[in-house]
Design a protein around this ligand. Structure first.
Ligand SMILES: CC(C)(COP(=O)(O)OP(=O)(O)OC[C@H]1O[C@@H](n2cnc3c(N)ncnc32)[C@H](O)[C@@H]1OP(=O)(O)O)[C@@H](O)C(=O)NCCC(=O)NCCS
Length: 300
C-alpha cells in the first residue's frame, strides 16, 4: 500500500479532513449510520468506539460525512468495519480515500478481515482484499421453540461466569483464527452467555446482547452443529416474540435449518474478505471448533 495518502479531499463542493473518530460527537456518528439505514443505537456505537479505532471525515463546519474503523485483535490481526460515507457524497471516492488512509496508517503487518456489503465489495477488491465466504444475516421475530434440543449424554449446559473466559478464549482462538481475549471479555460484560461442558471442559459457548432493533446472538463457537444449537437455544427461548439477529457463514445443514425454524430467515448477505489471511470459514473437517455466528459484522 502506498505510504502517503492526502489528509484532505475535495468531494463535490465539500473539502473533507480527517479526525480521530474518538474525538467526534457520538450523535453525529449515530446520524451517519442511520442515514445509510443501519440499525446501530448510540450505545452500539459507544461500544465499538470503546474497543476500536479509526477516522471520521469532517467538512469545514465539522459535520461528519464519513467513517472507517478498525478493531485490533492482538498485534498481528485486525478487523475493519463501520465504513460509511454520507449518501449525498457517495460514489465520489470518499470511502476509497478513508480506506487508503486507514490501511496506509497503523496496521503494520496485521492480517485484515472485513465483511463487505454489496456497495463496498468493489472498493475492497480494488484495495487487494479477496472474497472468502458469504455471511448470512438472519433476523426476525424469534419463534418459541416447543422442544429443547437434545443435549448429548454426558454434557451439561449452564450460564457462564467471568471465570470461564480463559476457556472461551482458548476454544475460540483456532476457530476465529486469532485470539480475542479482550473482545470476548468486553462482549461478556454486555451479554448473557451459555456454555456446554463435558466435565470441566468447555465445548461450546454463546453470547447474546442488546443491539440495534433487539438482540444479537454472537459469537457462538462450538465443536459441532448439535452443540452449537444447544447453546443457541436458551437465547432464542429468552427472546421469543422479539427481534433477534445472528450473522453466520452456515447456509445449509442442521444449524442453518434450526436458525430458520427459530423464525430468523436470511435478511441479507455480506462477503467476508481478507488481506494477508487465508483462514477457512464454515464447516471444519478436522474436529476443531468453528465460529457459528459472528460477534458482529465489524468485529468479525
Ligand atoms: C460502501 C460505501 C462506503 C462506499 O462509499 P463511496 O464513498 O461511495 O465509495 P467510493 O466513491 O470511494 O467508491 C469506491 C468504489 O466502490 C464503488 N461503489 C460505490 N458505491 C457503490 C454501489 N452502491 N454499488 C456498487 N459499487 C459502488 C465505486 O464505483 C468505486 O469503485 P471503483 O473504485 O471501481 O470505481 C457507501 O456506499 C456506504 O456508506 N454505503 C452504506 C454503508 C456500507 O455499506 N458500508 C460498507 C460496509 S462494509
Amino acid at each position: 500500500m502506498e505510504a502517503r495518502v492526502s489528509d484532505s479531499l475535495v468531494v463535490d463542493t465539500f473539502r473533507m479532513r480527517l479526525a480521530d473518530i474518538a474525538d467526534v460527537d457520538l450523535s453525529q456518528l449515530h446520524a451517519l449510520s442511520i442515514a445509510v439505514g443501519w440499525p446501530h443505537r448510540a450505545e452500539d456505537w459507544r461500544f465499538l468506539l470503546d474497543i476500536g479505532r479509526g477516522f471520521a471525515a469532517l467538512d469545514e463546519i465539522d459535520r461528519v460525512l464519513g467513517s472507517a474503523m478498525w478493531f485490533p485483535h492482538g498485534d498481528d490481526f485486525a478487523t475493519i468495519g463501520m465504513v460509511i460515507t454520507s449518501p449525498r457524497l457517495q460514489t465520489n471516492g470518499a470511502a476509497q480515500w478513508l480506506m487508503r488512509k486507514l490501511i496506509s496508517g497503523e496496521f503494520g503487518k496485521r492480517r485484515l478481515r472485513l465483511n463487505a456489503t454489496r456497495a463496498a465489495y468493489r472498493l475492497y477488491l480494488s484495495l487487494g482484499f479477496s472474497p472468502r465466504a458469504t455471511v448470512y444475516q438472519c433476523q426476525g421475530d424469534a419463534r418459541p421453540m416447543p422442544n429443547a434440543p437434545h443435549i448429548p449424554a454426558g454434557l451439561t449446559l449452564r450460564e457462564l461466569s467471568p471465570a470461564d473466559l480463559d476457556q472461551m478464549t482458548a476454544l475460540d482462538a483456532p476457530a476465529f483464527a486469532a485470539a480475542r481475549p479482550l473482545h470476548l471479555a468486553r462482549l461478556f460484560e454486555e451479554s448473557v452467555s451459555y456454555g456446554l461442558f463435558r466435565g470441566q471442559n468447555l465445548r461450546a459457548f454463546s453470547m447474546c446482547r442488546r443491539f440495534g432493533r433487539g438482540h444479537v446472538i454472537g459469537p457462538v463457537t462450538a465443536l459441532n452443529e448439535e452443540e452449537a444449537i444447544a447453546v443457541l437455544h436458551p437465547h432464542v427461548t429468552a427472546h421469543a416474540g422479539t427481534f433477534l439477529r445472528l450473522d453466520t457463514h452456515f447456509k445449509t445443514g442442521t444449524f442453518a435449518n434450526f436458525v430458520q425454524q427459530c423464525g430468523l430467515p436470511v435478511f441479507d448477505t455480506v462477503t467476508t474478505m481478507t488481506l494477508g489471511e487465508h483462514a477457512d470459514y464454515g464447516p471444519s473437517e478436522d474436529g476443531e471448533a468453528m465460529v457459528f455466528t459472528l460477534a458482529s459484522q465489524s468485529m468479525g
